[in-house]
Design a protein around this ligand. Structure first.
Ligand code: ZN
Length: 436
């Protein structure tokens, strides 16, 4: 749609988002630990987000904040003392949340702790064991096939101890106390689409919005998946009523078409706005109904909250073979797709920001536009896309029932043209804003 800025800005934002992903890629993140906090510290170079810390053992609804996991090194050595699997080469080599271990094992004993992907023999799988104490290694299937029947030394220099769950939060006050929630999971190690793309795009949206005073207040969360949103909701229940709209951002850097997963309610304003933006994007896209799996929308849309939160993504999780493997790397996400995702998100937020409801102050028959100089304004602003029909549509449907998006859809005109017409009518005192 016409909201996309010119190409040079697009190139610049594309490079900036990609650079942030490049910088975050090597860090070994998990649902707790130093890697998560190091990630937030890098985001703080862009926006002054606050780092919240919740102690291990804190009860959050039916869950308990787990012990904090950290790791320094890990390897498997063969009988010659050669490192054949090395955490230093890829943090995906270790089963995320592995307990510490250092011992010698036979091949059959070792094999029960190994994970591979036979169908993609060059890729390392990503596996976790957050809530069951265990240890393991992930390796390529080709590495696995080369293992000989000998004695191996395995070492995981990790710790699993009382500590904290950390998350990043950034609040931008708007004209209203009503909030838009932007949430992304930030707990995956070296994986780009899922979800460094969401982390980076949320950061740049926050950076951009912080230079404005938006209509709504904005709350950004960079949280560990599942336990992070549960923790935030449990500790901030008093704030939840302010959240009027929300988006979970994930998988936004691949070449796939856009997918919008509707909120559980399915007919909320964010659902309508996202559908409108994608319908005007001149690209193929998919809109899918809510289902209770996926990302943190599961928690935001649990029946006790039932928030108007959808999930914005390109290829959904588990629909691309690179998902949760070492192939979800810096080649799998590309700057132009990241920039496109950034601009589509901004279009959604732009419309949400301006999607007001008005009253026509002169509802009995049409007001005489000529004597107010509005025809002149329309005629003199041909390039701005203003036109008489847009003025008439806004006047006719400004009955306190229709949003500007409703008017755009019913008239078949673009949102921006309808909004410009409303702005002109407002300056001529023919409309008043309906307070929400
Ligand atoms: Zn994932």
């Amino acid at each position: 749609m016409s909201l996309n800025p010119i190409a040079t800005q697009s190139d610049q934002i594309a490079q900036e988002i990609y650079q942030l992903i490049f910088q975050l890629y090597p860090i070994c993140r998990s649902i707790t630990g130093n890697g998560f906090r190091e990630t937030l510290k890098i985001l703080q170079q862009h926006i002054p987000l606050s780092v919240q810390k919740v102690p291990t053992g804190t009860e959050v609804f039916d869950w308990i904040v787990p012990k904090e996991w950290n790791i320094k090194d890990a390897y498997i050595k063969n009988s010659q003392g050669e490192k054949i699997v090395d955490f230093a080469n890829s943090n995906l080599h270790v089963l995320n949340y592995s307990i510490p271990i250092h011992q010698k094992l036979s091949l059959p004993e070792l094999k029960s702790h190994l994970f591979t992907l036979p169908e993609y023999p060059d890729w390392i799988p990503y596996r976790t064991s957050y809530y069951k104490e265990s240890w393991g290694f992930c390796l390529t299937h080709n590495q696995y096939l080369q293992l000989e029947d000998e004695e191996y030394e395995v070492c995981i220099d990790s710790s699993l101890e009382p500590g904290y769950l950390s998350y990043g939060e950034y609040f931008i006050p708007g004209e209203s106390t009503e909030e838009v929630l932007i949430s992304c999971h930030a707990c995956h190690p070296s994986l780009c689409n899922d979800n460094l793309s969401g982390i980076a795009i949320a950061t740049f949206i926050a950076k951009y919005l912080s230079q404005t005073t938006p209509r709504y207040s904005y709350r950004f969360l960079w949280i560990p998946g599942t336990i992070g949103s549960i923790t935030w909701l449990a500790l901030n229940e008093a704030k939840v009523n302010n959240i009027k709209h929300g988006l979970v951002l994930t998988c936004l850097g691949d070449s796939g078409n856009f997918t919008y997963k509707k909120s559980r309610r399915g007919d909320t304003e964010i659902d309508k706005v996202a559908a409108y933006v994608l319908n005007n994007s001149k690209q193929d896209y998919k809109i899918i109904d809510f289902f209770p799996y996926g990302y943190d929308e599961r928690q935001y849309c649990s029946p006790g909250f039932n928030l108007a939160v959808g999930c914005f993504m390109r290829s959904p999780h588990n629909t691309f073979p690179e998902y949760h493997t070492s192939a979800d790397n810096l080649n799998f996400v590309q700057p132009q797709y990241l920039a496109d995702s950034f601009f589509q998100c901004n279009s959604i937020l732009h419309i949400l920001n301006n999607n007001k409801i008005y009253y026509n102050k002169n509802p009995k028959c049409e007001p005489q536009l000529g004597k107010r100089g509005i025809y002149h304004a329309v005629g003199g602003n041909k390039d701005s896309g203003l036109n008489e029909m847009a003025i008439l549509w806004v006047l006719n449907l400004s009955d306190g029932q229709h949003t500007l998006l409703d008017i755009a859809e019913r008239s078949g005109m673009s949102f921006d043209v309808i909004q410009s017409a409303a702005d002109i009518l407002l300056t001529h005192d023919l409309l008043t804003i309906k307070n929400s």
